[in-house]
Design a binder for this molecule. Structure first.
Ligand code: UDX
Length: 439
């Protein structure tokens, strides 16, 4: 099929390259001329395993190109995906839909033929219905233009796999209007459907809610185990063993039960806040008050990590602290609302000398936190350190052996903010090891 992907950020660039990989003819559209030029030259503005190869292959095949022109987009295809960012509004909990609104305003007047517009961005429930009315009012093709919603569930670091082989697909359509959307989606994702991926077709509001509810559930699961971690610390129990044992219950499951520094990134924190804000607007505020607690438990992890560091060092003032990890999670260079950088910043503000190293997120970290010191390697960050903090569980750090750092650090003290190291290995080598929620 010929399709356009409007918005070429994390979601859009991945979606465009994956659609070309599936054999479709794809035009990526973005108002940022620089980004378009870089993508057209095969350069990805973020780190995502496997995606550079797909981008290169798509461009070389002639199936993937990029433009800043909405005119070109409207002429190119009759299926348009909206992959525009919906960040948290400044100083508020709600989502900022202005970029999405601008994209619809730019595209709609150019739709002179029947078209299917498929929203993928994470939006507050009710957005799609409103945008659909607006789109049809502005489009010369009027009622022949359809807006449906198919939320994206991709995880950073697994974006290609999640897009090409999703767990499920969800498509929300307006039940009151005739729809081509399901046929379009079945053609686009023919290969995933053939291998049995479920496609759930619903009304617009339900489809929008699937995404926000899924993220709220994941955030709740993480904060649940982190709350247990607090109780473990108070009682001398071990949260990692607790999580393993809970996880064997098939109704619970082990995934997303890793206690530690908690969740960050460009999705979970802002999505649960936008969800609470929207529930308030709908008069259903009480239903989601628990998410406030989920957010609070999560933010407490960062303070706890700073406290733990202070405890093992005696005082932070003048202490040399090595911070391993800055990205909000491994296999990503994303530092948006990163617990690791947040902790590094707090510790420095309290008088410590902090040296940060991350395998991929150095450039983004420098931009966001220019006042921190950055090292060129884990070894360099640890040189002369009084304490080593592991704040993102990159494989490189998980595989560190005590011998790699013996003679490099000043004190053999390690705090594992992700419970990703084996305490026995470190303690047996004479290190002081502290995890989160473990004795
Ligand atoms: C998330 C959702 O998983 C994805 O479906 C949605 O489309 C976008 O938001 P992402 O932000 O890429 O994806 O990261 P995810 O893998 O969900 O991790 C989120 C955060 O939770 C990370 O900071 C991670 O370190 C943390 N986390 C995850 C934990 O602290 N413990 C866990 O057990 C799992």
């Amino acid at each position: 099929m010929r399709i356009t992907v409007i918005g070429t950020g994390y979601l859009g660039a991945t979606h465009a390259a994956c659609m070309a990989e599936l054999g479709h003819e794809v035009l990526g559209v973005d108002v940022d001329h620089d980004k378009v030029a870089r993508l057209a030259a095969g350069k990805l503005p973020f780190h995502e395993p496997g995606l550079p190869e797909l981008l290169e292959r798509g461009i070389a095949s002639g199936r993937l190109s990029f433009t800043s022109s909405y005119e070109e987009a409207a002429a190119f295809a009759d299926v348009h995906f909206l992959c525009i960012g919906t960040p948290q509004r400044r100083g508020e909990m709600g989502a900022d839909l202005s970029h999405l609104q601008s994209a619809v305003d730019a595209l709609a007047p150019l739709l002179t033929r029947p078209a299917t517009v498929i929203g993928k961005s994470t939006v507050p429930v009710g957005t799609a219905a409103q945008l659909g009315v607006h789109l049809r009012a502005l489009a010369p093709a009027g009622g022949e233009v359809e807006l449906c919603w198919s939320p994206e569930f991709l995880r950073e670091g697994h974006a290609v796999e999640d897009t090409l082989s999703p767990d499920r697909m969800v498509l929300g359509v307006d039940p009151a209007r005739p729809s081509r959307a399901e046929a379009v989606v079945r053609t686009i994702y023919a290969h995933a459907l053939e291998v049995g991926t479920p496609l759930i077709v619903s009304d617009l509001a339900t489809a929008e809610l699937v995404k926000t509810a899924a993220n709220a559930f994941l955030a709740t699961k993480i904060s649940f185990i982190n709350a247990m971690s607090e109780v473990c610390e108070a009682s001398g129990a071990d949260v990692t063993v607790l999580a393993d044992a809970l996880g064997h219950d098939k109704r619970i499951g082990r995934r997303f039960l890793n206690a530690g520094l908690g969740f960050g990134g460009g999705c979970l924190p802002k999505d649960i806040r936008a969800f609470m804000a929207r529930a308030g607007e709908l008069g259903a505020e009480e239903a989601l008050t628990f998410l406030r607690e989920i957010d609070a438990i999560n933010m407490r992890r960062r303070t706890r990590m700073v406290e733990l560091t202070r405890q093992v060092c005696g005082s932070l003032l003048g202490t040399r602290v090595a911070v391993l990890g800055a990205a909000f999670k491994p296999d990503s260079d994303d530092v948006r609302d990163s617990p690791a950088l947040n902790v590094a910043g707090q510790i420095q503000l309290q008088g410590a000398m902090v040296s940060v190293y991350d395998p991929q997120a150095m450039e983004n970290s420098r931009r966001l936190f220019p006042t921190l010191d950055y090292a060129a390697s884990a070894r360099e960050a640890c040189t002369g350190a009084d304490v080593v903090l592991v704040l993102t569980e990159w494989r490189e750090f998980v595989e560190l052996a005590p011998a790699d750092l013996d003679g490099v650090v000043r004190q053999r003290v390690i705090v594992d903010g992700r419970n990703c190291l084996d305490p026995t290995v470190w303690r047996d080598c004479g290190w002081t090891y502290r995890g989160m929620g473990r004795p």
